[in-house]
Design a protein around this ligand. Structure first.
Ligand SMILES: Nc1ncnc2c1ncn2[C@@H]1O[C@H](COP(=O)(O)OP(=O)(O)O)[C@@H](O)[C@H]1O
Ligand SMILES: [Mg+2]
Length: 409
């Protein structure tokens, strides 16, 4: 079938698509009318010429990941269409950018279908959050929902709340700590003056969720670092050069403020022990009409932190830990921080107690777990304070894994 790849009302390219059961293939690119509007990371590295395999990757990566919690069960047992088919049912529309797929010849206008200004079905969201356990028989009409294009592994759905588009995210085993973590991380970033997406913690029907509003509007696109870094194509294997490679890509595209934004990401991730800052968990925002970059996005998806995946006995107070995206070792990632001067040390010092008091204990998140987290945070905050006051200590060779870094008084 022929589709127009659209950017709002701009026809970007005409594509002949065919869907196999779980993949969409671009059989032919028939015309590229607006190459400058092609999604970032889908052109040849040195020109605006469309790269068909990168574009095909982009299209398939836009679907719900097959590994999303609970999805396979629905596909196999109850006849939910494959994620790539769900995506085309929803015209590929999203609440994170302004791209979509218009059936050729349909003449549909963006203002009549985009999810920022139009309603959408909640049926797919009910299924993805496990609120509805079965798809009853064949679907009478396709799911038309931004949930068809949401990425990430946690159960999630979009809802409309007093006209605002809000992302509702659940948690995962073993502690279902992520929704609380998002709200806590959001408060800590507020106290340190880090531009962030605001998350609220809520309990609905006995289940815990975080809620945050989209940071994108009808004028803007979020572009993840994965695409800014040209799908990581050409990324050096040498860990210490990955950061420079990424900064180089930002400079080439004209994205300003990358060093400052990354400094803040490295610091918050270090403090909170966020282990999941991969290249799709940060990025930049641009104007979808003018293609002008507006800078880095506010920090989002910090929920994989505060030892969320660790049993309480495995939270080690003096463990530096492994991180993403540029270095594996948190201490080494701190070496890329250009400027510590914006950090208010008095505010830093109170973070462990602040966080301990923000946790709402549950049957799994017990007071003793919260206290262990507080102790581990106190060590990290002290480590960071020492690093700020004596940056040369960061360069000291780590002795062995758990006890590396500046001495803590
Ligand atoms: N507030 C938001 N506004 C717009 N897009 C968002 C927002 N939060 C997340 N996204 C988009 O949705 C994707 C999945 O959300 P994320 O919070 O990263 O989920 P997960 O925890 O499952 O990885 C992100 O990679 C980003 O593209
Ligand atoms: Mg994510």
């Amino acid at each position: 079938m022929d589709y127009e790849l659209m950017h709002k009302d701009i026809p970007v390219a005409v594509l002949k698509l065919s869907t196999r059961y779980n993949i969409t293939l671009i059989d032919k690119i028939m015309d590229v009318a607006a190459p400058e509007h092609l999604p970032i990371g889908t052109t040849q590295s040195s020109s605006l010429k469309c790269n068909p395999s990168k574009l095909e990757g982009w299209l398939n990566e836009r679907s719900i990941p097959k590994e999303r919690s609970g999805l396979t069960k629905f596909i196999e047992n109850v006849g939910l269409p494959y994620p790539n088919q769900l995506l085309l049912d929803s015209l590929g529309l999203s609440l994170s950018d302004q791209y979509w797929m218009r059936p050729a010849g349909s003449g549909i206008a963006w203002r009549d279908v985009n999810f920022f200004q139009n309603g959408f079905s909640g049926d797919l969201g009910d299924i993805l959050l496990g609120i509805v356990k079965r798809v009853n028989g064949a679907r009478s009409k396709p799911f038309f929902s931004p949930d068809s294009s949401s990425s990430g592994m946690l159960p999630k759905r979009w809802i409309i709340c007093e006209g605002r588009r809000v992302l509702m995210k659940g948690g995962k085993l073993p502690y279902f700590q992520e929704p609380q973590n998002e709200a806590i991380a959001s408060k800590v970033m507020e106290s340190l003056g880090i531009q962030h997406v605001h998350y609220e913690f809520t309990v609905i029907g006995g289940k815990r969720y975080s809620l945050c509003e989209t940071f994108v509007d009808t004028d803007t696109d979020f572009v993840s670092a994965f695409y800014i870094a040209d799908r990581l194509y050409g990324m050096p294997l040498n860990a210490s050069r990955k950061y420079d490679f990424f900064i180089g890509r930002c400079e080439k595209l004209g994205i300003t403020g990358a060093r400052e934004a990354l400094d803040r990401i490295f610091i918050i991730d270090f403090i909170l022990f966020n282990t999941d800052r991969h290249f799709n968990n940060f990025g930049a925002v641009r104007n979808a009409d003018t293609l002008e970059w507006k800078g880095f996005s506010p920090v989002f998806d910090t929920g994989n932190c505060l030892w969320n995946e660790r049993g309480t006995d495995n939270i080690f107070v003096r463990e530096i830990g492994e991180c993403k995206p540029f270095r594996k070792d948190f201490r080494k990632q701190l070496l890329h921080v250009n400027d510590f001067s914006w950090i208010d040390i008095d505010k830093l010092k109170i973070i462990p107690d602040q966080i301990a008091s923000m946790f709402i204990p549950t049957e799994l998140i017990t007071p003793s777990r919260i206290d262990k987290i507080r102790q581990a945070l106190a060590w990290r905050v002290q480590f960071l304070e020492n690093a700020i006051l004596h940056p040369e200590l960061l360069r000291e060779k780590s002795r062995s894994g758990r006890r590396s870094g500046p001495r803590v008084r």
